[in-house]
Design a protein around this ligand. Structure first.
Ligand code: ADP
Ligand code: MG
Length: 257
């Protein structure tokens, strides 16, 4: 069965896109069929894969607003087992256009119907907001993967995030669950990072993954070259952490590697 997972946190800069690109490419390397959906109008996932947004004929916008088919919109990446629904800046305008549309919260869900049975995992990269695109992503998903950055006020905004998830559960998608919490940008040299992991574990219990993603400059450099970390620097601490995370993620889903 295809599992649809939103990588979601309404805060920006917490590692959603970095997690989506690197978790997805490692899962694909481990033999899982993965579809990455770039649902952020900024298109950082699309450019992170080295894809020139100007050259794209179709994007998620067409799938959601114009009713284009997944086959039309989806592109193959240079990674085996990994396809992408790219994003273009026009998606930003979609939030306004969609407001007047019927079933406006379910457009992504309808668009992704044809992914069912084709992929093991559909990984949706959400924008940093609680707007209509994020609601569409949550309505289309089985679960939510939440990256939380190891910094002061890490839990700030978490109650709002939980409220949104509960709202979607009540109104649009009662099967939505929390997939897990991945701690990002951990700095082993500071007590702060450890304290934050403790605090978040106190709140979310065993939903927090054992793997913690370190702050690692190679992870920040890779997207500017249009590369995933497994291509850019496979030996880096960041690469090793995302590889471990991919294995933990798959195992926890009860899926075989
Ligand atoms: P989001 O998608 O939540 O906005 P990003 O994944 O784009 O967050 O990350 C925000 C910034 O931090 C980016 O410049 C990214 O390259 C950088 N970054 C993300 N994770 C790490 C990490 N583990 N170590 C160092 N830099 C990181
Ligand atoms: Mg992002």
């Amino acid at each position: 069965m295809t599992k649809i997972i939103s990588v979601f946190n309404q805060k920006g800069g917490v590692g959603k896109t970095t997690t989506n690109i690197n978790l997805s490419t490692y899962m694909a390397q481990l033999g899982k069929k993965v579809l990455v959906v770039d649902a952020d109008p900024q298109g950082n996932t699309t450019s992170g894969f080295g894809i020139d947004k100007e050259s794209l004929e179709f994007s998620l916008y067409d799938g959601m607003v114009n009713g284009s088919d997944l086959n039309e919109v989806c592109i193959k990446t240079r990674f085996k087992n990994l396809d992408l629904v790219p994003s273009k800046p026009e998606l930003a305008g979609a939030e306004i256009e969609m407001t007047a549309m019927k079933n406006r919260e379910l457009l992504m869900s309808v668009f992704l119907k044809n992914a069912d049975g084709i992929y093991d995992y559909v990984m949706i990269d959400c924008p940093p907001s609680l707007g209509l695109i994020s609601l569409n992503a949550l309505a289309a998903s089985n679960s939510v993967l939440v990256p939380i950055q190891c910094e002061y006020y890490a839990l700030e905004g978490v109650s709002q995030l939980m409220n949104t998830i509960n709202l979607v559960k009540r109104g649009l998608n009662n099967k939505l669950s929390i997939e897990g919490i991945i701690m990002t940008m951990f700095d082993g040299r500071t007590n702060l990072s450890l304290q934050v992991v403790d605090e978040v574990s106190g709140y979310f219990g065993d939903k927090v993954y054992k793997t913690v993603i370190p702050r690692n400059v190679r992870l920040a450099e890779a997207p500017s070259h249009g590369l995933a970390i497994l291509e850019y620097d496979e030996k880096s601490k960041g690469a090793q952490a995302y590889f471990e995370f991919a294995k933990e993620f798959i195992k926890r889903k009860g899926d075989r590697i």
